[in-house]
Design a protein. Structure first.
Length: 103
């Protein structure tokens, strides 16, 4: 469900269209009482900016060692997807060290 929500957030630039698309997507997936609070979060400019930020260009510039901590049981941020993406982003950089730890 979160992948579908993220796809809509990234696709829709108009706030009214975003809200309409999210509401249509959420019908039957969330209780009605939960939709309004989630809509406030998902349509906020801060949330949309955070979800659309791509750290890869910045990671390629850094030359420091990296320790990545990921939480296997975090349902909103899948550890396997993020670790794979981070390893790919850091591949070929001139880092002294890369280390990933699961918590």
């Amino acid at each position: 469900m979160m992948r579908g929500i993220l796809a809509i957030i990234l696709r829709e630039s108009d706030p009214a269209t975003l809200e309409k698309s999210l509401r249509e997507f959420l019908v039957g997936k969330l209780p009605g009482s939960q939709i309004a609070p989630q809509m406030r979060q998902w349509t906020s400019p801060a949330f949309r900016t955070a979800m659309s930020y791509d750290p890869r260009p910045e990671l390629k510039k850094d030359r420091v060692s990296v320790l990545a901590l990921d939480a296997e049981k975090d349902f909103t941020v899948p550890a396997k997807l993020n670790v794979t993406a981070m390893r790919a982003a850091l591949a070929g950089t001139k880092r002294r060290r890369w280390r990933s730890c699961r918590i």
